[in-house]
Structure formats: structure tokens, C-alpha cells
Ligand binder design. Structure first.
Ligand code: FE
Length: 344
């Protein structure tokens, strides 16, 4: 029993040990985080938090399986806080009873109501918009709406990644929320008819396709523009990015579709007080700035300015839909993608 418990702990914090954050287990003054977001993005925040509070942060980083792991560990989980790159996993964790409500004006005053759970089970931290990358050469537009993307004038001109990717499901879910399922289905059919090639690749590769002349418009998240412009490992990505301009789609019916990364407190959090302090810190102006800058995202708090490069893309009106509503409609969006055989 003793040995197996030690083994579990050793395995559990293998990632943390390799990150050089190992310390004594479960002492006071610690908080344990499971993070779907990358260490390079998140560690500067933890360091700033520890410098301010003296509370040590012990983190496990993984791209997959953290919600499942929380569920398996149940009440014995060491995790206090879950950080996610997308809202879907936060909603999933909350739906499985793995989150507890957090009531704190230091958080709710900073995070707009439509970017957090109505029951305060999770909170958005950074925001990204799903926008149009328009060819500077062949499509020098300054405005567009999501609705227009389905109009015949763009036939054969649009590139995007597969419809069932969470980023696209979020957008389609927003369309369902605003226009109803039938109109959303029609829109999706029109969009499919306008595709230059079968949906494939990721958001960056759509910019590459525009650069290569395969299409004039691509649908992608804002932060990839910043990542491509600063990509030193594959400098040709800078050329892809420079060949397009970000246009924020908006119509009288809905603003620019946004999604969030975010946080929640686990239902079993052993270090509840420290978890609350960490969450309040992550919502603070100081942390919002560090966090959003690190990934070219927008702070959820509109009072905190985005980085210079992000600001250079212009301003936009984020859609007012609650991101929880978007997450709720994603299964319906997924059904529409299958019905119109979007990826075929
Ligand atoms: Fe992404």
C-alpha cells in the first residue's frame, strides 16, 4: 500500500520533476496544478505568483488526459487547479462534477460574465478570435461577416481546417446559437461549396495555402498570426503571415466569434486557500498581461491592453454569447458537419 502510493506520487509528478520544480510533497504553502497549456507559456506566471506569495506551484503538464486523470483519482487527486487551452475541457470537467464553484469578486470583477461559467465553476483567462486571413494581394477587403463566407462570390476561394476541429465547432455552434440550426446547416453547405480544397491541415497551414495562391481567404485564430510572425525555427512562416491581413468578421446579428483558455478549481482541491490565491492572481491585471502576451492572445479583462503586435491587428467587437452556450451547442455543430459531409 505504502509502496504503491509512493509510486503513484512519483509517476504523478514526473513531469514536474523534469521541469525542475520538485519539492517536498503536500507541505503547506503549495498549490498543485494540472495544465493542458504548455510549460513555456505558464511557468512565467507561476514564477511571478511564487515571488509574490511564497506559495510553491507544482504542475503537471500534458496535452491530453488530465480531465480523465482527475476523474480517476477522485477525492485523492492532488490537483487543486486545472488550466485548459480551450473551454471544452473546462465544461467537460464541470459536467463530470470535477469542479467546485469559486466566489471571488477579485475574479468575477475581472472576467466578463459571458467568458465564465454562470455558476462560477470555471473562468476564461485569455481570449482569441476566429477571424478571416485575407490575401493582401487578391482579396484586399476591410470588412466581412461570417454569413458572407457562404455567398457564391467566394466560390473556390476559401481554405480552412476540418469542420470537426474544436475551433470550427465553436464557430458553427455560435452560428447555431444566433441563427438556429436550419440556417446554420444552410450556411455550412454554402461554406463547403466555397472551399478551394478539401479541409485539411491546421490554422497555420491555411495561411500557407493563401501564400501559395491556393485560396484567397482562410479561417483561423488570431494568435497564430503572432506565432507565425515570430517563428524562428521555420522562418518561411513569416512570409505566410505577411501575405495575409486579419479581418474581424462581424454582422448586425453577431460580433466576432471568440473562445477562451481558462481555469477551474477541482472539487477535491486539497489546498483550497492557495488555489483561490492562484486563481485570483491569474485573473489580475499583472498576470493577464503576461499570460495574453505569451501566446499573442487577448486578456479577458478589457481594461488590460493586448500586446503591441496584437493591437496592430485592429479592434473588434467580441460576440456577446456566453462561451458556455457555445460549448453546449458543439455536439449539435458536430452533427451538422457530418450531415453536410463538410470534410469530404
Ligand atoms: Fe491553437
Amino acid at each position: 500500500m505504502f509502496l504503491s502510493r509512493r509510486l503513484v506520487l512519483a509517476l504523478g509528478f514526473a513531469a514536474m520533476v523534469s521541469a525542475g520544480l520538485a519539492g517536498h510533497a503536500w507541505a503547506d504553502g503549495e498549490v498543485n496544478v494540472y495544465s493542458y497549456r504548455q510549460p513555456a507559456l505558464i511557468n512565467p506566471l507561476f514564477e511571478a505568483f511564487t515571488a509574490k506569495t511564497g506559495i510553491k506551484v507544482r504542475a503537471v503538464f500534458a496535452d491530453n488526459g488530465l480531465v480523465e486523470r482527475l476523474a480517476q483519482e477522485g477525492r485523492n487527486s492532488p490537483a487543486d487547479v486545472l488550466l485548459s487551452a480551450d473551454v471544452g475541457r473546462l465544461v467537460e470537467a464541470a459536467a463530470r462534477g470535477l469542479a467546485q464553484p469559486v466566489t471571488s469578486p477579485a475574479i468575477t470583477d475581472k472576467v466578463p460574465a459571458n467568458l465564465r461559467d454562470p455558476q462560477n465553476l470555471w473562468f476564461g483567462l485569455t481570449m482569441r478570435a476566429r477571424v478571416v486571413y485575407a490575401s493582401r494581394e487578391r482579396a484586399p477587403i476591410t470588412a466581412i461577416s461570417y454569413e458572407e463566407l457562404a455567398e457564391p462570390k467566394w466560390k473556390g476561394k476559401i481554405c480552412m481546417r476540418p469542420g470537426n476541429h474544436p475551433y470550427n465547432l465553436g464557430l458553427i455552434a455560435a452560428m447555431i446559437a444566433h441563427k438556429g440550426e436550419d440556417a446554420a446547416r444552410q450556411w455550412l453547405q454554402g461554406l463547403k461549396a466555397n472551399l478551394a480544397v478539401k479541409p485539411s491541415g491546421n490554422d497555420r497551414s491555411q495561411a500557407k495555402s493563401v501564400f501559395a495562391g491556393e485560396c484567397d481567404l482562410a479561417i483561423a485564430n488570431t494568435y497564430y498570426m503572432g506565432k507565425m510572425l515570430t517563428e524562428e525555427k521555420e522562418p518561411e512562416q513569416k512570409e505566410w503571415a505577411k501575405s495575409v491581413q486579419i479581418v474581424f468578421p462581424a454582422s448586425p446579428d453577431f460580433g466576432t466569434h471568440v473562445n477562451v483558455s481558462g481555469m477551474l478549481m477541482t472539487s477535491s482541491a486539497p489546498n483550497r486557500d492557495n488555489a483561490l490565491k492562484l486563481m485570483e492572481f491569474l485573473a489580475s491585471d499583472e498576470a493577464q498581461r503576461i499570460y495574453a502576451d505569451g501566446n499573442f492572445e487577448y486578456p479577458v479583462n478589457p481594461a488590460v491592453p493586448a500586446s503591441e503586435i496584437v493591437q496592430s491587428w485592429g479592434t473588434f467587437t467580441p460576440d456577446a454569447l456566453n462561451v458556455a452556450e457555445i460549448a453546449r451547442l458543439e455536439p449539435a455543430a458536430s452533427k451538422l458537419v457530418d450531415e453536410v459531409q463538410f470534410n469530404d
